[in-house]
Design a binder for this molecule. Structure first.
Ligand code: CDV
Length: 311
């Protein structure tokens, strides 16, 4: 018997720096209603879906940086999204900048949450692989200040049993790191949701745009196949803040095949009926980790620091 989860990926076109939360949330609601009309069980929005991709700007005023963060979730401007999802009975994944006070200290994370069809928050992930740089580098065509604006996530890579399957979340740059996928794979993940903001240019040195696209697909397709999991990769696309952002949002099957693909650089829905059992034969054969995976013979000692030393 198959376990079908109908999944919508809600690619977003550009969000300009001065676009209000209310305006963005209206766009998210429109996509949610359309996804619901098309029978989706869950809708996946991109990384930092509520604002422009603010790490591209050399913003030095902390109050201005913080204006891109959410202090509560749901908050006054996002509650309507939660209410509508609950009313429709649709789950959702939302990426946003999280500002939280813990033990009297303010922390800032690049976060994504997963909400089930009944409106419960079932998972939260804080981005671990933060790309870019911490100091403003004027020689760059545009900044990528994730290392300045965010702390490294402290929740690990988790898998949640929800919506009939084992769900995991990665955020953007995480998709390029096989170990991020593998930690989810080792927990038997069946679907990985990934929001991303990826410029079509490197920003520091020349890199052919076609390679940037290829590496996006390669990372998601390899992550899917090698862990026998669905991958739902959803972009913020188009010319935002004068930087061209890659679209090419895709739903990838556990075989590594792309089954749905966005074709514009605008707000666009892609939908697929995902059989959560589709990766079962790979998990039982080629990627039966318990039978074939042999980390004790890899010839490396992985220290707890993360450093790797030859044996
Ligand atoms: N938001 C990101 O993490 N973007 C990176 C860029 C900087 C390469 C990515 O891996 O797509």
């Amino acid at each position: 018997m198959s376990r079908i989860l109908t999944v919508a990926g809600a690619q977003l076109g550009p969000i300009e720096r001065d676009e209000s939360r209310a305006s963005v949330v209206k766009r998210l609601l429109d996509l949610m209603r359309r996804a619901n009309d098309r029978g989706a069980d869950v809708i996946v929005y991109p990384e930092l879906a509520l604002t422009t991709f603010f790490p591209r700007w050399a913003i030095e005023d902390q109050a201005e940086v913080d204006s891109f963060f959410e202090r509560e979730m749901p908050g006054p401007e996002t509650a309507v999204l939660f209410d509508e999802a609950k009313k429709l009975g649709i789950g959702f994944h939302l990426g946003y900048a999280e500002l939280i006070e813990e033990d009297g200290i303010l922390h800032r994370y690049n976060t994504a949450i997963l909400i089930d069809k009944a409106g419960n928050t079932v998972g939260k992930y804080r981005k671990i692989h933060l790309p870019g740089h911490a100091e403003i580098e004027p020689e760059r065509q545009f900044q990528h200040l994730e290392k300045r604006f965010f702390e490294v996530g402290n929740l690990g890579f988790k898998v949640w049993n929800t919506m009939g399957g084992k769900m995991g979340v990665l955020i953007c740059n995480d998709r390029r790191w096989p170990e991020a996928f593998r930690v989810l794979g080792l927990q038997g993940v069946e679907m990985v949701m990934i929001g991303y903001n990826t410029p079509t240019l490197n920003g520091l040195m020349f890199e052919p745009p076609h390679l940037r696209s290829f590496h996006n697909r390669l990372s998601m397709q390899a992550g899917a196949y090698q862990n026998a999991t669905w991958v739902v990769g959803v972009a913020k696309a188009g010319n935002e803040g004068d930087v061209d952002m890659m679209g090419e949002s895709a739903i990838v099957a556990p075989t590594g095949e792309v089954v749905a693909l966005c074709s514009t650089l605008e707000d666009e829905l892609m939908i697929a009926d995902c059989d959560l059992d589709a990766g079962r034969y790979l998990k039982d054969t080629t990627f039966k980790f318990s039978a074939h995976r042999r980390p004790e013979h890899y010839g490396l000692i992985v220290e707890t620091t993360g450093e790797v030393e030859p044996r």
